[in-house]
Design a protein around this ligand. Structure first.
Ligand SMILES: *Cc1c(COP(=O)(O)O)cnc(C)c1O
Length: 433
């Protein structure tokens, strides 16, 4: 690596001494041989580190960014909001940006479906809210025995205790299983006939694609079948669109692929265009009404609920989506990305499968004979570290490389990202032989 400038040295010294990173083995992180990148600046799809090196933001800053960094319109919306106020409490007070954002979000769905918005801070809390609402609803509507939640194997819904209880990825969640909620897991909608529906308040799913499960795409019709089962058995459907929302899967929301409307919709990551932590849980007027009355208050809230800066960024995001990403543009973007992925990666011997949907892809690497690599090889991580040398930042999930470019990526930028990944994969396997 290039010699570091003094500022980088200082930041890394403080980091190694005082910081603790998410999903990170800190021993390896702090090892002197590991030189983390310090991201200092962003513009469009590009990130610059403190050494002045430029990278494509290949996972949209952990699946959040839609329109690029330092977007002029979102920046302007935030600058304008700063002149008025950054934050005021939403407990006992309203605010203009949150009022408008709630109205705009509900307008994205057919009338008399999702009509109420509860704000929180991130994907985990959006799910947490839906869970608590779903359980409390049953207590207030004469079905207190519906205490269980149905979830899916390999699911990911966040890391706070409630959301983690819904997680099906054992390496993340197994050790906390006994502390959590009453959750049962099924592999797919095919198992629904064996489920004792009346014990369940709700079922929760990542529609169309399970992100953390290495970008696995559900079979066509599965979401629709789940909605029909929920209707038949009066079980609420919670859709976690924290990752899939806002154009990511080639439609504005993933549930549109199968014309499904949930009872609860969880939104976060892309809600502010990837600028600020803000989340929303949408639900129906029917569910909302069960919380009227002194005994039925929903005792839930965070200090920064409905933060005005976050809501201002979200409004700018929705305006850009409305204006620049009609259905045909999203469809066209998806087709172009799919074609670049196929052309750029599919012929590599170690590329086992390219799972693609909209502006997301999981590129699964395996041995040439189709067996998985052993864990110790850490192939996915090696490829991503290598890719930095070619100007691409992304993260693997096991040996699946995630490419989740910002929606605004041009064809040329997508070509760059895929070609950097191709070079990195080739380099890792060439040196292995
Ligand atoms: C990222 C994610 C979450 C958690 O969101 P945070 O903002 O990280 O708390 C929940 N569900 C899905 C599907 C996600 O991708």
């Amino acid at each position: 690596m290039a010699t570091m400038n003094e500022r980088t040295d200082q930041w890394l010294a403080w980091d190694r001494t005082h910081c603790w990173h998410p999903f990170t083995e800190q021993g390896a992180w702090c090892d002197p041989s590991h030189e983390p990148l310090v991201i200092e600046r962003g513009e469009g799809v590009w990130l610059w580190d403190s050494e002045g090196r430029k990278y494509f933001d290949g996972n949209a800053s952990i699946w959040t960014n839609l329109h690029g960094h330092a977007h002029p319109e979102i920046n302007a919306a935030l600058t304008a909001q700063l002149q008025s106020i950054s934050h005021s409490s939403y407990l006992g007070l309203a605010n203009p940006r949150a009022s408008e954002l709630a109205a705009r979000l509900c307008e994205l769905f057919p009338k008399n479906t999702l009509e109420r918005v509860f704000f929180s801070d991130d994907g985990s809390t959006a799910v947490e809210c839906a869970l608590k609402m779903a359980l409390q609803y049953r207590m207030q509507t004469g079905e207190p025995e519906r205490t269980r939640i149905l979830a899916f194997d390999q699911a990911y819904h966040g890391d706070t205790m409630g959301a983690a209880a819904l997680g099906g990825v054992s390496r993340f969640f197994e050790r906390f299983r006994s502390f959590g909620l009453a959750v049962d897991f099924i592999a797919s909608a095919d198992e629904l006939p064996n489920v004792d529906a009346k014990r369940y308040a709700a079922v929760v799913i990542e529609p169309i694609v399970q992100g953390v499960n290495q970008m696995r795409i559900w079979s066509v019709g599965m979401l629709r079948a789940l909605r029909e089962w929920c209707d038949a058995h009066d079980v609420h459907l919670i859709l976690d669109e924290v990752m899939t929302g806002f154009g990511r899967t080639g439609k504005l929301f993933a549930c549109e692929h199968e014309q499904v409307i949930p009872d609860f919709l969880c939104l976060a990551k892309g809600l502010t265009g990837g600028y600020l932590p803000l989340a929303a849980t949408l639900t129906t007027e029917k569910i909302y009404r069960a919380f009227l009355g002194k005994e039925n208050v929903f005792y839930y809230g965070h200090s920064f609920t409905a933060n005005q800066l976050g809501c201002a960024a979200a409004l700018a995001n929705l305006e850009i989506l409305r204006r620049d990403y009609p259905a045909e543009v999203l469809a066209e973007k998806s087709a172009v990305f799919g074609e670049i992925l196929q052309r750029g990666l599919a012929d590599l011997a170690q590329v086992y499968q390219v799972r693609h949907c909209g502006m997301l892809a999981g590129i699964e690497l395996r041995e040439v004979d189709g067996r998985s690599f052993s864990d110790e090889d850490g192939i996915g991580a090696k490829v991503c570290v290598k890719a930095r040398e070619y100007g691409l930042i992304t993260r693997p999930i096991l040996d699946t490389i995630v490419l989740m470019p910002p929606l605004c990526s041009t064809e040329e930028e997508l070509e760059f990202a895929v070609s950097a990944l191709r070079t990195a994969i080739s380099a890792v396997f060439f040196s292995k032989k």
